[in-house]
Design a protein around this ligand. Structure first.
Ligand code: ADP
Ligand code: MG
Length: 385
């Protein structure tokens, strides 16, 4: 029996209708491009969140988690009052599953049944792997099936984002939900954040003998929120100065004019976004034409751009990238929003122990907090177990 099923059994005598699960994700390349209407290239990972669900006749929804086995419950017809206005009354973790129920209930054309939902997760929280999208994805595919909604993966991703933005109150984009819902084994998802169109891009890591080593620095800088808002504002200013809707509408050929118009800081923020969008497109092309062994320089260029132009790296992330490269990685970069968090390195299978050791030694020598090191593999997206 899975942990989610035994949690559900503790909650109710009703038999489980099923277990659904959804993975966390890692972004291979394309950072801070999402809110500039640009491109990202995430993949779903093997670590998943499981939701065991049974139905109820009384129109109520109850959720428990291995985090917190105390059930949180609400009537389905009360959710519209709770979210977003009274979300503070709901424990934070429970806003994710209840928020998804709220967002999906709106899509139903007839009355839906109550549910008991038990959640257990292998996705570490706050390691930059999007445990939040994993919960949203698992609950979304479960309710889509149990409530016979027949929604597309894109619609489920939008429901997950709505839950996260409105029910939780976190202003995030749609990359994480898309990766979790649409991932495929050994493939990445190319997402156009303007049109929400996606394309599956085979990675070929397994065949090339490559592993993705994650270095979670366990550092989260206090100014992350302010730094994020500042970067967004600089991007908006840059787009206005260039008279475009979003930086997505600029190409590297426009950078010369941008340099003439802008102060140095705004220009470098803009240059990161414009070149990063190009690097995502280049990575997709190189993967298709030459395979994964050829994308290392693009990953490194992405890291350098975030370090020097966008200025969101940290000494820990720079050290992780450098140590992994010295130990034989094909490429490496910080991943996620920056100011801490995690770096990834693309490492030949046989060199993973040496690369891990090199990172550990570099961190110890610099007096940094000991990092968490683990590998992730591009894996299938959400579905019924
Ligand atoms: P992440 O980068 O991991 O997505 P977030 O802050 O976006 O970090 O989401 C983490 C939050 O998601 C947790 O604080 C918790 O509220 C919720 N969460 C994640 N995993 C679980 C779980 N297994 N059970 C309950 N809540 C969870
Ligand atoms: Mg998250």
């Amino acid at each position: 029996m899975t942990a989610a099923t035994s949690l559900l059994n503790d909650l109710t005598d009703a038999p489980p209708a099923g277990v659904w699960s959804a993975p966390g994700r890692v972004n291979l390349i394309g950072e801070h491009t999402d809110y500039n209407d640009g491109f990202v290239l995430p993949f779903a990972i093997g670590q998943r969140t499981h939701a065991a669900v049974s139905t109820r006749r009384d129109g109520r929804v109850r959720v428990v988690s291995s985090f917190d086995p105390t059930p949180v419950e609400a009537a389905l017809d009360e959710l519209e009052d709770l979210f977003p206005a009274r979300r503070d009354e709901v424990p934070e973790w429970a806003r994710y599953p209840l928020g998804v129920a709220w967002a999906l209930q709106r899509r139903a054309t007839s009355t839906v049944s109550g549910v008991d939902i038990a959640i257990d997760s292998e996705v570490p929280v706050g390691a930059g792997l999007s445990s939040s999208a994993a919960i949203e994805g698992a609950v979304a595919v479960a309710l889509d099936e149990l409530w016979a909604l027949g929604l597309t993966r894109r619609e489920l991703a939008i429901a997950g984002r709505l839950a996260e933005n409105e029910a939780v109150g976190a202003p995030t984009g749609i990359m994480d939900q898309t990766a979790s819902l649409r991932g495929e084994a050994d493939a990445a998802i190319f997402l156009d954040c303007r049109t929400l169109e996606t394309e599956i891009v085979p990675l070929g890591f397994a065949e090339a003998g490559l592993e993705v080593l994650v270095v979670d620095t366990r550092v989260s800088h206090a100014h992350a929120t302010g730094g994020y808002a500042e970067r967004r504002a600089a991007c908006e200013l840059g787009a206005r100065m260039m008279d475009v809707v979003a930086l997505r509408d600029l190409s590297v050929l426009d950078l010369r004019r941008a340099a003439e118009l802008m102060d140095d800081v705004t220009f470098r923020r803009v240059r990161h976004i414009v070149t990063e969008n190009q690097r995502v497109l280049d990575t997709v092309r190189v993967l298709r034409e030459q395979g994964p062994l050829a994308i290392g320089d693009l990953l490194l260029a992405s890291h350098a751009s975030m370090r020097d132009d966008f200025e969101i790296s940290t000494p820990e992330l720079d050290a992780a990238v450098q140590a992994a490269m010295t130990a034989g990685a094909i490429g490496a970069r910080m991943t996620g929003g920056g100011f801490g968090g995690a770096a990834i390195a693309l490492v030949p299978h046989a060199l993973v122990p040496a690369a891990s050791e090199a990172v550990r030694r570099a961190f110890a020598a610099a007096g940094f907090r000991e990092p968490h090191l683990f590998t992730v593999a591009p894996s299938r997206g959400a579905g019924r177990d």
